[in-house]
Design a protein around this ligand. Sequence first.
Ligand SMILES: Nc1ncnc2c1ncn2[C@@H]1O[C@H](COP(=O)(O)OP(=O)(O)OP(=O)(O)O)[C@@H](O)[C@H]1O
Length: 552
Amino acid sequence: MREYVTHVSSESSEPSDSAPPGPGEDPGPGAAVELRGITKRFPGVVANRDIDISVGRGTVHALVGENGAGKSTLMKILYGMQRPDEGTISINGEQVALHSPADAIARGIGMVHQHFMLADNLTVLENTVLGAEKLHGIGSRARARVKELSDAYRLGIRPDVLVEELGVADRQRVEILKALYRGASTLILDEPTAVLVPQEVDALFDNLRELKSEGLTVLFISHKLGEVLSVADAITVIRRGTTVASVLPGETNARELAELMVGSELPSAETRESTVTDIPMLRVAGLELSATDSDGALRAVLDGISFTIHKGEVLGIAGVEGNGQAELVEAVMGMSDPTGGTVTLDGQDISHTPTRTRRESGIGYIPEDRHRHGLLLEAPLWENRILGHATQEPNAKGRLLGVRGLPQLLDLKGARRDAGRIVEEYDVRTPGIEVTAASLSGGNQQKFIVGREMSHRPKLLIAAHPTRGVDVGAQAQIWDQIRQARREGLAVLLISADLDELIGLSDTLRVMYRGRLVADADPAAVTPEELGTAMTGGAGGHLEHDERGDAE
Ligand SMILES: Nc1ncnc2c1ncn2[C@@H]1O[C@H](COP(=O)(O)OP(=O)(O)OP(=O)(O)O)[C@@H](O)[C@H]1O
């Protein structure tokens, strides 16, 4: 295995003088990517400041840093989506100007975004060649090339399957294949493990090692420091827009990395203490929902779901994405119309009440898709303070007018003031509350949503992936906030792909598989691997399997 690791130092900031390789020529050792003195300014923010990174060809290079540190901006610059204000980009020793992703692709840069960009109703093969070639009449050459790439990198691609039938891990492999098909020799992956279960993470890392052994270069962003240490050959730490260190995984550990990222020590984890009462807060009984498959068959997406969450209890639901968790959340929030079953909140049957009423009755909601359900991306932050809470203080004033459909008067000053408070208390890194939600980094958007939802002191918090995309420091802070509220009686329905989060926060853990709750696990005893097995339909370990899936 070849390893090229460059430390950020004065010597390494010398410009590379190696000539670009000719077509088909072995590029030999050297840097696949060199970024020198990259600076990028947005109004009120310097997102990247004099960044230096050298990524060795044929290595896996990780980029870590707290939320808003500037990682995504830097990767967007390398993928031609943003132009730097200063600095140079060299690819395989040649200085380049990238005006668009097409330029980057032509230079052998591929990117797999966090939100996949595949067309559900097309096959894997069609998705792979889409954009690179005309779709009608995909020739046998394209098919052969897809198979060849899939075999060479052991991606296990089935070309004729519809993408909608694939799970998250398979979709990710299609995205990787798609980049390889376009000739990528350097792959950028943005938080690739955020949505994978442990077994899938292992499989992805095998794929990355395979790519590396064939001479490809991988550059990835991650907040999961344990994973970074296990797969990367080199790690660059970015803090407040600039590179502060480049380290070797063998010479550091997660704590040290976290300290480099945040510039201070991390809060230590809290010990487990139970605050569960015997007062039911949310009772879900016999929830049923069906959906029509692509072949026209009716399939149960919620199949007799029953559970109770008490005051002071966190009920965690483990499951591979797409097994009904999203539908369960929508049903409890009143965003869908289940065909059977009841939802009771604090003794009130809310099965047929609209979402707004449910929120007003005390449900806080951290949605899975923050862009679709959590934020108005083009609106300023203070307006986002109002979203979902337009009839509640501090966003509304006066009494209800009693006229149907007329809300209270909006209290814009109140909303502004409180948005400022959330920014302060939840350490949302932003130049102010007047900027759009879209201009915040992903992790900072998430912190704002968590702050907003916790501000209304909900009785029940529905938290879908509450710390997805946030850095380790902010994650510890959000966990503390949830634990603190739980101590004061909050009930939480927690859906998460982060098994450490599920195990660490939950008082009760259940596994969802194909629309049913199929197993119970003791959070104090179960391991992430055992949970991962149950989530993919397996049995064993510290889990009690429930044949009917409706133990209530
Ligand atoms: N289009 C934009 N307009 C204005 N500001 C922006 C824009 N994109 C990013 N920023 C700002 O640049 C800074 C860096 O953001 P970036 O998304 O690169 O951070 P990140 O390290 O990827 O964070 P995270 O881990 O939360 O994804 C942040 O302060 C962000 O608010």
